[in-house]
Design a protein around this ligand. Sequence first.
Ligand code: TYM
Length: 334
Amino acid sequence: MINDKQVLYSGMQATGNLTIGNYLGALKNWLTLNEEYECFFGVMDLHSLTVRQNPAEFRKKAKNLFILYIAAGLDPKKNCIYFQSHVSAHAELAWLLNCFTYVGELNRMTQFKDKAAKHKDNINAGLFTYPVLMAADILLYQADFVPVGKDQKQHLEITRDIAERVNAVYGDVFTVPEPFFGKAGTKIMSLQEPTQKMSKSDENPNGSIYLMDDPDTIVRKFKRAVTDSFSEIRYSEEQPGVSNLLEIYSACSGTPIADAEKEFEGRGYGEFKEAVAEAVISVLKPMQDEYARLSGEKAYIDGLIRENDEKAAYYANKTLRKVRKKMGLNEIPR
Ligand code: TYM
């Protein structure tokens, strides 16, 4: 608890172009929860280094992500929005937790297996221990809830296992966090291959709606979206393409899926796709405008970064001191 509120923690990697999947699966829920909880949102730049980055571009991308969080509507005075790499406690706790994580557990991580298959020339140790750094992120702030998309479920499970393991050895060290999944949009699929997750690293740009896509591009991508031959607008396993579009429509417009099915009953795919595009544009446009405005406010943004880095470090170091002590590392009074 901080200021009598439960703690919420989440973040995104500063890699690639964010998609509507990142928005609907995570960011949108952060917006609805941030008043109720004491929130920390990280720009996960250390995680991004598990894949090779061009330094100049990477620096920009990480800063743009920081700005995007604010443009989406998170108040940087109320929420602690900060850079993971600016708080050294993350890397330090990750080491300590590495010593409480089994190789067998990490071997079972599906995201590791997927990424290792994709980056065969760079299966580095960071990629393997990625979930341990993620556990450190969450446990440092003694988070109660972690709002994420469904693809992060396994990482949350290992975080809980590590926390429980450390608590079993040393007593009450960490809060054991719960994942939080939204009602709709927890797994948005590619518009071109609706059985695959929409991903910022997808090679086919037509499969993803990027948060910075302009309205014409959004309309065009939805027009080309893969549907199927049933010509019926219904949410079902046999219709992954249409179901994905219904999911996106529901998450963007707030209409429950069953109501959306009724709304589009008897109407054609063309009309349906246009409505989905409009719903997405109405969510993205205000965010894009605010992002453009904030991008010009360099001094203001840098001030916020400094302020929030300090706040994050304060809470993170508090937990780190506790862990060091519990684990028996020497402390010399100074
Ligand atoms: P990342 O950057 O891959 O994704 C950020 C968030 O977006 C969600 N997401 C999706 N949700 C629905 N449909 C999709 N197609 C989709 N694609 C991505 C993800 O579930 C995530 O919530 N490991 C994390 C970053 C991280 C983190 C943490 C998160 C590092 N430390 C601590 C929470 C707490 C990740 O890779 O996110």
